[in-house]
Design a protein around this ligand. Structure first.
Ligand code: S3P
Length: 174
């Protein structure tokens, strides 16, 4: 039987990759990291793609990967924080899996990305960038049916909530 995917969505620094690794261990399903796939296909780091080819090109690479991954099954997908920007991405993933959005406050996000310089969209004043991007994206994250407020939760607790949700949402598209 094909197992449904678990797709983790959320702003940068909400813990998608860490939680994905835990879920992968628990379920035995492989973890697929969209950012790593993009870097592999492009043959360069995300910061270089943004700098040399621009964000629009990055989004088209991202879109191609969503189209590809959403037709597969039995995987945990850690998405890039910007996949909510293309209105087709979440519906595509929902066709074959449980999509869960991880939410966090701006303070928590800042704390988690404070020492990270790999994310081109947060270059410069991180706090200002986070607040600015969150302003436009929050409604897009909030529109996702399954959400977990991760503030104050450790990755194990978040993974446990998602595992429980996965067990109780057996139909594709729920
Ligand atoms: C982005 C998030 C990043 C990466 C790129 C753009 C975004 O992924 O895809 O830097 O637009 O939010 P993470 O959410 O894994 O940091």
């Amino acid at each position: 039987m094909n197992r449904r995917n678990i797709v983790l969505v959320g702003f940068m620094g909400t813990g998608k990759t860490t939680v994905g690794q835990l879920l992968s261990k628990q379920t035995g399903m492989p973890l697929v990291d969209m950012d790593s796939m993009i870097e592999e296909r492009a043959g360069k780091a995300i910061s270089k793609i943004f700098a040399e080819d621009g964000e629009t090109h990055f989004r088209s690479l991202e879109r191609a990967i969503v189209r590809d991954l959403s037709t597969r099954s039995g995987q945990i997908v850690s998405t890039g924080g910007g996949i909510v920007l293309d209105p087709d991405n979440i519906p595509d993933y929902e066709k074959g899996g449980l999509v869960v959005c991880l939410l966090a406050s701006a303070e928590t996000i800042l704390e988690r990305v404070r020492h990270d310089d790999t994310r081109p969209l947060l270059a410069g004043d991180k706090q200002e960038k986070i607040l600015q991007i969150l302003k436009t994206r929050r409604p897009l994250y909030e529109a996702i049916a399954h959400k977990i407020d991760t503030d104050g939760l450790n990755p194990e607790a978040i993974a446990a909530q998602i595992a429980a949700l996965y067990e109780t949402n057996l139909e594709i598209g729920t």
